[in-house]
Design a protein around this ligand. Structure first.
Ligand code: SF4
Ligand code: MG
Length: 324
């Protein structure tokens, strides 16, 4: 089947007085229809910028500096803003970290839902309201028939994020981009919201690009995962493979640092050092200063994604001519 979303050599850059900063550097991945792709990495790895570039909502001076974004066979990275707005409102739903950024405090959630529904499908007010109540039921809002007339501030954080998910699904999108959708929420409701997001998107047939720093969330939710490091994909593959047998030394360290996923003996293993700042990305493999396996080639040449058998990893250990 044709991928739903194809991202090819995507570059996100920021012009500065001291030159151009490349924050996302030739990132490529596909998302299949209905698939959940997790994008994981430390803050500053470029995962949010990648998601924002896909929907062409980069905040200036940030800009797409190259590459292509193709949705259902149609190139969308070079569309006029007006066209892109239609795609965002119709084919791509969005769920951000803070539900309040997606909701207008001055309107009831019913008004916001029915308006969204009616801008995409011609429907009477009564039908749109009925549809809105259906959506609120789907996302687990209790007593939706009366809660529909409440304002965002009258909901708890978790309930608000449920409303945002309803809003994202109201247009029957083919893709939902969720960026740290539970980070701002109470820990006690995070797992519920993640499960709800996964379940409702699956029911609507929507694929999900789930951006998070939390490998536990990825483990529970994603079909495939892309691990980002310093603006590039370090490793990408089926989530089970990446968790069970990570190939890239960075992914190995990342997995070992998650207590619930690591073996007792590995628990103290951490990745030494910190991710380089954009101004100071080392030449060769950006991970080499922290990599326990670095060898000559790593200091000079930057690895592209190489086949490891079950995943692809940007690491010279998987070059055919490398003897280990
Ligand atoms: Fe480590 Fe070299 Fe692989 Fe980079 S390319 S992750 S430095 S072994
Ligand atoms: Mg982010």
């Amino acid at each position: 089947t044709q991928p739903l979303l194809q991202v090819r050599d995507l570059i996100v850059e920021f012009p500065t007085r001291r030159g151009t900063l490349t924050a996302v550097n030739k990132v490529s991945f596909d998302i299949a229809p209905g698939e959940v792709l997790g994008v994981v990495g430390e803050s500053g790895a470029g995962k949010s910028l990648t998601g924002t570039a896909v929907i062409n909502l980069l905040e200036p001076p940030g800009r797409i500096g190259g590459g292509e974004v193709i949705l259902q066979g149609r190139r969308i990275d070079n569309l006029p803003q007006e066209e892109m707005r239609k795609i965002r409102g119709k084919q791509i739903g969005m769920v951000f970290q803070d539900p309040l950024t997606s909701l207008n405090p001055l309107y009831t959630i019913g008004e916001q839902l029915t308006e969204t529904i009616q801008t995409h499908v011609k429907m009477s007010d009564a039908d749109a309201r009925a549809r809105a109540i259906e959506l609120l039921t789907e996302v687990g809002i209790p007593a939706p028939g009366s809660r529909i007339d409440a304002y965002p501030h009258q909901f708890s954080g978790g309930m608000r994020q449920r409303v945002v998910i309803a809003l994202a699904l109201a247009v029957n999108p083919v893709l939902v981009i969720a960026d740290e959708p539970t980070t701002a929420l109470d820990v006690s409701v995070q797992a519920q919201i993640i499960r709800l997001l996964k379940k409702t998107c699956a029911e609507h047939g929507a694929a999900v690009m789930l951006i998070t720093h939390d490998m536990g969330v990825i483990a529970e939710t994603a079909d495939r995962v892309a691990v980002m490091y310093a603006g590039r994909i370090a490793e990408i593959g089926p989530v089970r493979e990446v968790i069970k047998t990570p190939r890239h030394p960075y992914t190995v360290g990342l997995m070992a640092s998650i207590p619930s996923l690591a073996h007792e003996a590995d628990r103290l293993q951490q990745i030494d050092g910190s991710m380089p700042r954009l101004m100071a990305i080392p030449r060769g493999c950006a991970f080499h200063p922290r990599c326990p396996k670095a060898f000559d080639r790593c200091y000079e040449e930057r690895p592209e994604l190489l086949d490891t058998g079950k995943t692809r990893a940007a690491c010279w250990l998987y070059a055919e001519e490398t003897v280990t």
